[in-house]
Design a protein around this ligand. Structure first.
Ligand SMILES: Cc1cc2nc3c(=O)[nH]c(=O)nc-3n(C[C@H](O)[C@H](O)[C@H](O)COP(=O)(O)OP(=O)(O)OC[C@H]3O[C@@H](n4cnc5c(N)ncnc54)[C@H](O)[C@@H]3O)c2cc1C
Length: 270
C-alpha cells in the first residue's frame, strides 16, 4: 500500500519503472501523475480600525457561495477563517504591491496591524486536467499546473470582500477605513494536493479501481489523496481518512481477517 501523498505517490510509481513496467509502476494507461489538483486558495486580510480580540479564530467556515449565485450558477468555493494573524506573518504574506512598504514597517506597527486584522481563507475547486501533472525528469520532480476555473475564484474573492466591506460599514470606526489586502497562494502551496492516481472503472482513464487497487498490479494499492477524481472546494483530509477506512474494510475481507489489528500484523508479515 502506497500512501506518500498525491505528489510523492505518483513520483514513487513513476520512479519504479522496470522492464515489466517501462512507463512506471501501474502506468500502462499513462495516467499516473496526471489530473493533479489543488485548491485555488486566497488569503484575504480584513484590516479594520476596530481591534479583533478573538483568541481562537479558525472557527468559522461557510459554504453560502459553494454552488454559486443567481448570476453565476457554478461552484465558487468555500470561505473559512485563517488562524490568528501575527505581526511576523505580515511581511511573508503581503501582496506584491504592499510588500516593499511592509518590509520596512517596524515590528511594533506590524503587531498593531495584526491586532486589527481578521484573516479569511478562500478556496475554489479547480477541475482535473490531464496536462496538470507530476512528472519525473532526470530524477527531479516536476509539477506542471495551469489553473482553469479562475473566474469562479475571482468571483468568490470579490463577493467575500463585498460581504466584509458591508459588515465594516456598520462598525463605528475611530478612523473610518477598511483595507482588504489579498494574496493568491502560489504553486508551492500544494497542501490540498490530490488526484494523481485517480480511481475509476476504466483502466484506460484511471490508475486505480474503486477499491484503490491498481488496475495493472494486483497486490498494489494507493490510499492517500491520489485517488480523488475531482477535488471539491472543501478541505480534503476527512475524505482521505474515510476512504482509507473503507479500503481497509475491503482488505480485511480480501485477506479474510477479522480486525484492523489482525490486518496490520498480516500485512507486516507480507
Ligand atoms: C499547512 C497545512 C495546513 C493544512 N490544513 C488542513 C486543514 O485544515 N484541513 C484539511 O482537511 N487538510 C489540511 N491540510 C492538508 C492535509 O495535510 C492533507 O490533505 C493530508 O495530510 C493528505 O493526506 P495524504 O495521506 O494524502 O498524505 P500525507 O498526510 O502527506 O502523508 C504522506 C506521508 O508519506 C510520507 N512519504 C512521502 N514520500 C515518501 C516515500 N517516498 N517513502 C515513504 N514515505 C513517504 C510523508 O512523509 C508523509 O508522512 C493542510 C496541509 C498543510 C501543509
Amino acid at each position: 500500500m502506497v500512501a506518500c501523498g498525491a505528489i510523492n505517490s505518483a513520483v514513487l510509481l513513476l520512479r519504479s519503472a522496470s522492464d515489466q513496467h517501462p512507463n512506471g509502476l501501474a502506468n500502462r494507461s499513462d495516467q499516473v501523475g496526471r489530473n493533479f489538483m489543488k485548491h485555488m486558495s486566497t488569503a484575504v486580510v480584513a484590516l479594520s480600525a476596530k481591534p479583533n480580540p478573538s483568541v481562537h479564530q479558525k472557527t468559522i467556515g461557510l459554504n453560502d457561495f459553494y454552488w454559486g449565485e443567481p448570476d453565476f450558477p457554478y461552484p465558487m468555493g468555500m470561505v473559512q477563517n485563517t488562524g490568528n494573524v501575527k505581526g511576523g506573518m505580515i511581511p511573508a504574506d503581503a501582496p506584491p504591491l504592499l510588500a516593499p512598504f511592509v518590509k520596512f514597517t517596524p515590528e511594533t506597527v506590524l503587531e498593531i496591524l495584526a491586532a486589527h486584522s481578521t484573516g479569511w481563507w478562500l478556496q475554489t475547486e479547480d477541475l482535473p486536467s490531464a496536462d496538470n501533472r507530476v512528472r519525473v525528469v532526470n530524477g527531479q520532480t516536476h509539477l506542471d499546473y495551469t489553473p482553469h476555473d479562475v473566474e469562479a475564484r475571482d468571483r468568490l474573492i470579490h463577493r467575500w470582500t463585498s460581504v466584509i466591506k458591508n459588515t465594516d460599514k456598520h462598525t463605528k470606526h475611530i478612523i473610518p477605513f477598511g483595507l482588504y489586502p489579498r494574496t493568491l497562494q502560489p504553486l508551492a502551496a500544494v497542501a490540498h494536493q490530490c488526484g494523481t492516481c485517480r480511481f475509476g472503472t476504466d483502466p484506460d482513464t484511471s490508475v486505480l479501481n474503486l477499491n484503490c487497487q491498481t488496475h495493472d498490479v494486483e497486490n498494489l494499492y494507493v490510499i492517500d489523496g491520489s485517488f480523488f477524481p475531482s477535488n471539491s472546494g472543501v478541505n480534503p483530509t476527512l475524505t482521505i481518512v474515510a476512504n482509507a477506512i473503507r479500503v481497509a474494510e475491503h482488505l480485511k475481507q480480501r485477506l479474510n481477517v477479522a480486525s484492523v489489528r489482525e490486518l496490520s500484523s498480516e500485512l507486516s508479515m507480507v
